[in-house]
Design a protein around this ligand. Structure first.
Ligand code: NI
Length: 140
């Protein structure tokens, strides 16, 4: 289905620069579709009851007092919502862990906050996504 959009020239110039940065494989229409899907994903992640995937990345010192045990316990407590976890040893002291979570947005955010709030976790970030296309697993 086609539709046309009126756009101020300065905005269109900046949009074309964005399209160019996305590479040869993307044209205006494809970038607009990507942006619409991004907006739907963002809206979905902010909607109570919608199922989301969360990717939580944390960095911590593995020498910190019983930190690994605490992180392990949280992940067992919520095993139904932890899809997988990968541990990377960054150097002799520092660990990176990537934890993939699945569940309602509020619960996933809550589990992430528990992990991020554990003493000894130096920093971390949660990224949420849905498919943005109303697939069965994105809706209750
Ligand atoms: Ni490690």
């Amino acid at each position: 289905m086609r539709f046309s959009v009126a756009m101020p020239e300065d905005l269109l110039v900046r949009f074309d620069q964005l399209v160019a940065r996305r590479g040869l494989a993307k044209n205006r229409s494809e970038v607009i579709r990507d942006l619409v899907r991004d907006a739907l994903v963002e809206e979905g992640c902010a909607t109570p009851g919608v199922l989301v995937m969360g990717v939580l990345t944390i960095v911590f010192n593995h020498h910190a007092n019983d930190l690994q045990e605490k992180l392990h316990t949280i992940q067992h407590d919520y095993f139904e919502h932890i899809t997988c976890a990968t541990h990377v040893h960054l150097d002799q002291h520092t660990c990176l862990e990537v934890i993939v979570l699945r569940g309602e947005a509020e619960l996933v955010q809550g589990i992430a906050n528990l992990i991020l709030g554990t003493k000894g976790v130096k920093n971390g970030r949660l990224s949420l996504t849905t498919t943005g296309q109303g697939a069965p697993w994105t809706q209750r």
